[in-house]
Design a protein around this ligand. Structure first.
Ligand SMILES: [Fe+2]
Ligand SMILES: [Fe+2]
Length: 201
């Protein structure tokens, strides 16, 4: 079980990373960072899934943002096209925010809780909702219009292929880095807790 302190630490770390990316990035990031649900929500609706439980969403998001920053800088040395760090970090920050519609917390009378899937997961899904959330943030703040579609592409393609829930496959460097770092964070969480081969048997 994660603590409130761990979520607060993740929030602090995210704000530190984002602070170096310019005033417009800092301001639009608050659309996610200021939400109480972002700090408390689970990133999954079944216990064997990655980052299940209270505070899982902010923990996973912090890991993905951190991995994207490191890999984004390192990837600048590959080929002749630079990675846009603003696009990459904003896409990583917003990529799973739609999960606050996909899951809800059920409270039992004995005081225990359980995260469950909501109808939204089946009818809309967090990828579409995260994309809507990002576009509304751009519209509401009037910021980052020049990179709106680049970030949108990263969010929409972050599961990698249609069979895994993405309407489009990654096409840009930023989209590929987000997809791969998303998977890395998820697999590191899995291997700490479960053996995927045993689940599939
Ligand atoms: Fe996702
Ligand atoms: Fe994710």
């Amino acid at each position: 079980m994660r603590t409130q302190q761990q979520s607060d630490n993740c929030l602090k770390e995210l704000r530190e990373i984002i602070s170096g990316l310019g005033a417009d990035t800092v301001a639009i990031s608050e659309e996610v960072l200021k939400m109480p649900e972002f700090r408390s929500w689970s990133a999954c609706s079944f216990p064997e899934g990655h980052h299940y439980g209270d505070g899982g969403l902010i923990q996973h998001t912090m890991e993905v943002v951190s991995l994207c920053v490191i890999n984004g800088y390192r990837s600048n040395a590959f080929g002749n096209k630079e990675v846009n760090q603003k696009v990459l970090v904003l896409a990583a920050l917003f990529h799973d925010i739609g999960k606050i519609y996909d899951y809800f917390c059920h409270f039992y009378s004995n005081g225990t809780t359980e995260w469950r899937p909501a109808l939204h997961k089946r009818t809309i899904h967090h990828i579409s909702r995260s994309a809507i959330f990002w576009s509304k943030a751009v519209e509401r703040t009037g910021l980052c219009k020049d990179i709106e579609e680049d970030v949108l592409h990263c969010i929409l393609s972050h599961h990698g292929q249609r069979e895994w829930g993405s309407p489009v496959a990654p096409h840009s460097r930023e989209a590929w880095i987000l997809h791969l770092c998303d998977g890395l964070s998820a697999r590191m969480s899995d291997c700490d807790r479960v053996d995927l081969i045993k689940i599939k048997q």
